[in-house]
Design a protein around this ligand. Sequence first.
Ligand SMILES: O=c1nc[nH]c2c1ncn2[C@H]1C[C@H](O)[C@@H](COP(=O)(O)OP(=O)(O)OP(=O)(O)O)O1
Ligand SMILES: [Mg+2]
Length: 201
Amino acid sequence: MSTATRWVLASGNAGKLAEMRALLAPLAIDLVAQSDFDVPEAEETGIGFVDNALIKARHAAAHTGLPAIADDSGLAVDALDGAPGVHSARYAGTHGDDAANNRLLLERLANVVDAERGAAFHCCLAATRGARDPAPFIAHGIWRGSILRAPRGDGGFGYDPLFWVAEERASAGELAPARKNAISHRGRAMQRLIEQLRADG
Ligand SMILES: O=c1nc[nH]c2c1ncn2[C@H]1C[C@H](O)[C@@H](COP(=O)(O)OP(=O)(O)OP(=O)(O)O)O1
Ligand SMILES: [Mg+2]
């Protein structure tokens, strides 16, 4: 009999799920996708990434009866005062339309010079042992880069083809998946979450 704990990964985003699965591989936990339980989409009504991650984790735990890990993430662009931020997934109006979101971002930055195109990906992870866990684990990671004038690479998901990582001389869409996970906002947040789970889990 397996002694591994089952956790539900509370995300409907296939790109995120693949990254989270790879990042959680070192832990002896049995991960199931929330789609296996027909969990309906949670309403992301929070003001910040932390609120939304917690809403999604509690929602999935309530529907499955399992402990849950959720990710709320997004792109905060300096020249746009942190937009699209928590609205990243629906920036252009349709939830999850990456191509439209990327086009709108390029449009909004059309007149912004190279030196002012800085941006940061944020990732907040929430792990809750149950829907009413009074002390869930929270971890945050930030990845700084800048916004290109045209997409590069077809790896990753979301805004990756527009996110230039100077140290790598590559866009996030050009990085190998393992390299992205080693340095990304999600990778950093997951390292921090795993430390907490190991210490208290
Ligand atoms: O590594 C990344 N590389 C590129 N883009 C990224 C990344 N990480 C987040 N993003 C973008 C995608 C989406 O536009 C938004 C997340 O929105 P967010 O609500 O957290 O996720 P979602 O609605 O796609 O799936 P779900 O809420 O079911 O987890 O930020
Ligand atoms: Mg979402």
